[in-house]
Design a protein around this ligand. Structure first.
Ligand code: FAD
Ligand code: 2HG
Ligand code: ZN
Length: 471
């Protein structure tokens, strides 16, 4: 260890104490790679401040010593945003010790938490006052509220409640020079200038460290109805989405799509999964209604699906009859990421398209991907109700790194050019991180890139906050 690193570690030790520093290689290891095992990095130290004051002191010290900072929450991100680079110069700042619920206000319908609070614990806190926080995703047992803000996370209830951007009322942020911006307001209306809060949503650790969040709460749903349906084509599922929206209104809470290969993959690689009791079909959807009142949702969903079947939109459907059946259906959907990790290397595309273009896009993409890489296995699933597909292409587990890299480059070009032609986005909900950083320049306009770079320059002139990510 050189002298300047040793001095830095001594100063950090004085700021956060021994419980706040990890220097041992084994203890650091989980912080130096991502959930997918795709990126690996190095760091002189993982710092784990206990509160905003300590975070501010750490960031100020890093600013004075020109030390780059990589903020990390639950480390479940899918774009490599929380992994330091291999230089060994970047300090990892983990928010996981900042895990207090600060305040709950059931009259204002707000929950104020430290940024390191795990999403599932925010759900529990809301439930403790008979309220509901709706952001819901497969990683909710590990991801943090701060990470959800920093990536503008989406998940399965966006079509009803919006993504994280719509669910955050206020933020507290440690700025790159160590000052604290206290924007922890629980207001639905506040037209006092530029939307600073909005700037930090989706900023992926490049503009500051989020330390506190005010979340919007909703009425706790009391009734649920869940169904699995099978259809011949994606056009039919898109029409069904329109019909369910019209018939069921805002009670429609989730509309998730899985192709037959996605379903086969999860059943082959995730324990205790079995096919739903419907005919095997090329396109399947998991639909959920929920309501805070007493309406009988099962009857409503059953009648809607019977009409859809009568119209020839779906071939078969089953309504969940118990909580256990509902969990089993959701396990099929939420196990797909894990199944992909076990089955091979996935070349991932987290894309958004206008819902009206989804079916044409998928037909064309299948043609183009198979023409470019014959025999390839496409795993296509996602949040149909948001026009968000996880359009992943599987490669074998033992593929050579150079071959994987060439294939990734080739297929990213094929899929993303088509996404652009259809007016879509190359990153719907997982963020840019390292994964899409270089492609961003191709698919965003020069004006957008320049505006983002100027904001970065104004807020972080020394480029110390998560360098090498997003921009
Ligand atoms: P991390 O992975 O630790 O960090 C992600 C980014 O945020 C990094 O750039 C990091 O620097 C930055 N960051 C983290 N905390 C802070 C902070 N306090 N201040 C500033 N910057 C910060 N995502 C979805 O949107 N929808 C899904 O349905 C979904 N499903 C998933 C399912 C599985 C099984 C897994 C593993 C992931 C899934 N994800 C999904 C991706 C991931 O869970 C989300 O991106 C989540 O929001 C990341 O939170 P985190 O705390 O783990 O952040
Ligand atoms: C999901 O919707 C996540 O399950 C992960 O966003 C998607 O693994 C993926 O590609
Ligand atoms: Zn998703």
């Amino acid at each position: 260890m050189d002298q300047s690193t040793e001095r830095l570690l001594n100063k950090l030790h004085a700021l956060v104490g021994p419980a706040g520093l990890l220097t041992d290689a084994d203890a650091q290891a989980p912080y130096l790679t991502d959930w997918l095992g795709k990126w690996k990095g190095a760091t002189p130290v993982v710092v784990r401040p206990a509160n905003t004051t300590e975070t501010a002191a750490v960031v100020r010290l890093c600013s004075e010593t020109r030390t780059p900072v990589v903020t990390q929450g639950g480390n479940t991100g899918m774009s490599g945003g929380a992994t330091p680079d291999a230089s060994g110069a970047q300090v990892v700042l983990s928010t996981t010790r900042m895990n207090r619920v600060r305040a709950i206000d059931p009259i204002n319908n707000t929950l104020t938490v430290d940024a390191g609070v795990i999403l599932a614990n925010a759900h529990d806190a809301a439930r403790s006052v008979d309220r509901f926080f709706p952001l819901s995703l497969g990683a909710q047992g590990s991801c943090t509220v701060g990470g959800n803000v920093a990536t503008n996370a989406g998940g399965i209830a966006v079509l009803r409640y919006g993504n994280m951007r719509d669910l955050v009322l206020g933020l507290e942020v440690v700025l790159p020079d160590g000052r604290v911006w206290n924007g922890l307001r629980g207001l639905r209306k506040d037209n006092t200038g530029y939307d600073l809060r909005g700037l930090f949503v989706g900023s992926e650790g490049t503009l500051g460290v989020i330390t506190g969040v005010v979340l919007k709460l909703f009425a706790q749903p009391r009734r649920h109805a869940t169904a699995w349906v099978g259809a011949e084509s994606l056009e039919q599922l898109v029409s069904l989405l329109g019909m369910v929206r019209t018939r069921c209104g805002e009670r429609l809470t989730a509309f998730e799509m899985m192709t037959a290969p996605s379903l086969a993959l999860v059943m082959a690689h995730v324990a205790d999964t079995r096919a739903p009791l419907v005919q095997a079909m090329p396109f399947n959807a998991l639909i959920e209604l929920s309501d805070a009142g007493d309406a009988s949702l099962s009857e409503l969903l059953e009648a809607t699906l019977a009409e859809a079947m009568g119209d020839g939109l779906i071939v078969d459907a089953t309504l969940s009859a118990s909580e256990a059946q509902t969990q089993a259906l959701w396990k099929l959907r939420e196990g797909i990421s894990q199944a992909q990790v076990r089955a091979g290397k996935a070349i991932k595309h987290d894309i958004a398209l206008p819902i009206s273009s989804l079916a044409d896009f998928v037909a064309q993409a299948e043609h183009d991907v198979l023409a470019s890489a014959p025999g390839t296995h496409i795993v296509n699933f996602g949040h149909l109700g948001d026009g968000n597909l996880h359009y992943n292409v599987m490669m074998p587990l033992d593929i050579e790194p150079a071959t994987l890299s060439a294939r990734t480059h080739q297929l990213n070009g094929v899929v993303h050019q088509l996404v652009t032609r259809f007016g879509g986005s190359i990153s719907a909900e997982h963020g840019v991180g390292q994964l899409r950083r270089d492609e961003l320049r191709i698919y965003k306009s020069p004006v957008e890139m320049e505006l983002m770079l100027r904001i970065k320059q104004a807020m972080d002139p020394n480029h110390l906050m998560n360098p090498g990510k997003l921009l």
